[in-house]
Design a binder for this molecule. Structure first.
Ligand code: C5P
Length: 221
């Protein structure tokens, strides 16, 4: 029906940061509240989709009608995403840490002597890129890009590099992080759509509506 244009679709959303443990009390993380990703999950559910939300550590309520899987690290997120496929659409909003600590100390690391310990890093899996390259690639694969400058240029390059269908470029030069509004540009093969600054819920609904339109055109039921 017209008011539930995502009915019968499975939408997979990643949201929030990841935490990469160093020892039992310390971790590496990206800055992310999870608000935009949770709002997208809520909007997709409101339009009738079955929604799986893979969430990093955040303090947010699970939106109505959404199946939530909580994870901590990028590798856990990658596993949860793999198990949640197949999906018609994946919207990868999570701010995944690019690196983790190479080593994990079972006991809390102690201050000793004068020299601080060196932190050696290992590269995390790129979840979006591996979903893009996988056998179960969703029909519509959407990544996010937080940028502070050359927002559209960087997003256009990222779309090609990651072979995503859309990159939603997020201008984070203002107070977006943890804030309630967002300014985004939707970069696709067809060009760029610039949305005005709006509350994150409105950005989410605008995206969910475009996702529904696009799916019903490229993969009609
Ligand atoms: O390369 P960059 O981290 O800026 O790309 C951002 C996009 O890639 C986002 O959609 C993010 O969720 C996704 N990503 C990912 N796994 C990573 C890094 C980023 O899925 N390890």
């Amino acid at each position: 029906p017209a008011h539930r244009p995502l009915y019968g679709r499975h939408v997979l959303v990643t949201a929030g940061p990841t935490h990469e443990p160093i020892d039992p009390v310390r971790y590496i993380a990206n800055r992310s509240s999870g608000k935009q990703g949770f709002a997208i999950a809520a909007a997709a559910a409101a339009l009738g989709a079955r929604v799986t939300l893979v969430a990093g550590p955040v303090h947010l309520k699970t939106p109505t009608g959404v199946d939530r899987i909580d994870v901590e690290s990028a590798r856990e997120m990658a596993d949860a995403v793999k198990h949640a496929l197949p999906a018609d659409v994946a919207v990868m909003v999570a701010a995944v840490a690019d690196w983790r600590s190479r080593d994990y100390a079972q006991e809390k690391m102690k201050k000793r002597g004068s020299a601080p310990p060196a932190l050696l890093l290992a590269e995390n899996p790129d979840i979006l890129a591996s979903v893009a390259a996988g056998k179960l690639r969703p029909r519509l694969l959407i990544g996010f890009a937080a940028e502070t400058q050359d927002v559209v240029e960087n997003a256009t390059a990222k779309r090609k590099r990651k072979t995503a269908d859309w990159i939603v470029a997020n201008d984070v030069s203002g107070g977006v992080m943890g804030g309630d509004s967002n300014t985004v540009h939707i970069v696709s093969a067809d060009g760029v759509e610039n949305l005005p600054e709006m509350p994150k819920e409105k950005v989410a609904m605008a995206l969910a509506e475009r996702i529904a339109e696009t799916l019903n055109r490229i993969d009609p039921r």
